[in-house]
Design a protein around this ligand. Structure first.
Ligand code: COI
Length: 355
């Protein structure tokens, strides 16, 4: 296994005093993980160093052609004061899937879990104590070669930064308003939709911007060919409860294989719900709504956790779901997921990794 060097900061920052006002992704801790890759040498110089700016050539390839991948996970503080992670192995596994698609070198998943645990141990006082707040973890890899030609890079940086954060949506567990996008698309067959890469998020900004202008928080993306089949929200996967059946779009290559999505499916199956991963059209959702059978809609994501959807706008049609209130399956999933993550209930699935 690679060696991991640790250089501690001599100037620790003040920690946030009011953990109810953290917001999401604004504050960063004292240290970060860094590791270099050079063709011929592989990954090397793994280190934990004081958090700070980095120097990059203006010609760095990531800035021009977006060869970048990232992950998102969280560290949680339990009532006893200990710190734990939720399925971190899944994040490093998915990172290698994204790396393969973006022609970025593979990482050693076992070493990365070790390095992450060391980083969290060092920063454990930054893990919030307040209910609903956690330490958001952002691992990412990007190309650094100073070259403006298009080819896979020979030099990369792998970094992990940490951010004490509250709810991703300012509405918290209150239902979000979602706009069904009919003009733009997020991903196409054979594209990068399943990879966690910056481009998928950059491409979503225009639709999101237009949705915001109409007072909708997020965009629901339809398939990139017919704009008929439902895909995902971008910041989260999407679920529908129709006549008691829990449905989420199947992973056809243009949808992110969310870890919260996978966990929600496993919980629902274990609780005995009828669960389907299948193609579902927006028309089917609208028909179910008209027939009074659209019981619940919710999103799943690391940042978003379980986010009930209260309003869905498709063209001129506005669907108000479950009276704009959180439904019983969304609530059960939220309670189970956060219960396991914060150590409030038994981890019957073996998902938690203690620090
Ligand atoms: C996450 O849920 O961790 C993500 O990476 C989504 C991002 C929009 C915050």
């Amino acid at each position: 296994m690679l060696d991991l060097k640790i250089e501690r900061t001599t100037a620790p920052k003040e920690k946030p005093t009011d953990e109810t006002k953290l917001g999401f992704g604004h504050i960063f801790t004292d240290h970060m993980f860094v590791m270099n890759y050079d063709t011929g040498m592989g990954w090397h110089d793994a280190r934990i160093v004081p958090f700070g700016n980095i120097t990059l050539s203006p010609a760095a390839m990531c800035l021009h052609y977006g060869q970048e991948i990232f992950e998102g996970l969280k560290a949680y503080r339990t009532a006893e004061g200990s710190v734990q992670l939720f399925r971190p192995q899944e994040n490093f596994k998915r990172m290698n899937v994204s790396a393969e698609r973006m022609v970025i070198p593979q990482i050693d998943e076992e070493f990365m879990l070790h390095a992450l645990k060391e980083l969290i141990k060092l920063e454990q006082d930054w893990v919030p104590h307040t209910d609903g707040a956690s330490l958001y973890i952002r691992p990412f890899i990007f190309a650094t070669d100073p070259y403006v030609g298009v080819r896979p890079a020979d030099h990369y940086l792998f970094m992990i930064i940490l951010s004490p954060s509250g709810a991703y949506y300012s509405t918290g567990l209150n239902p979000v308003k979602i706009y069904v996008e009919q003009k733009y698309v997020r991903a196409v067959r054979g594209g990068t939709g399943f990879a966690k890469t910056a481009a998928n998020y950059a491409i979503s900004l225009k639709g999101q911007d237009e949705a915001h202008a109409q007072d909708y928080e997020q965009v629901l993306w339809l398939d990139g060919v017919e704009q008929k089949y439902i895909e995902e929200v971008g910041s989260m996967n999407i679920f529908f409860v129709i006549d008691g059946e829990v449905i989420t779009p199947k992973l056809t290559g243009s949808v992110l294989p969310g870890i919260t999505r996978k966990s929600a499916l496993e919980i629902c199956k274990k609780r005995g719900y009828k669960v389907s991963e299948r193609r579902i059209t927006i028309q089917e959702v609208a028909d179910a709504y008209d027939a009074g059978k659209l019981d619940e809609v919710f999103g799943t994501g690391t940042a978003a956790v379980i986010s009930p959807v209260g309003h869905l706008k498709w063209g001129e049609k506005i669907m108000t779901i479950n009276d704009n209130k959180i439904g019983p399956i969304s609530q059960m999933l939220y309670d189970t997921m956060t219960g396991i993550q914060w150590g409030k209930i038994e981890d019957e699935f073996g998902w938690v990794v203690k620090i």
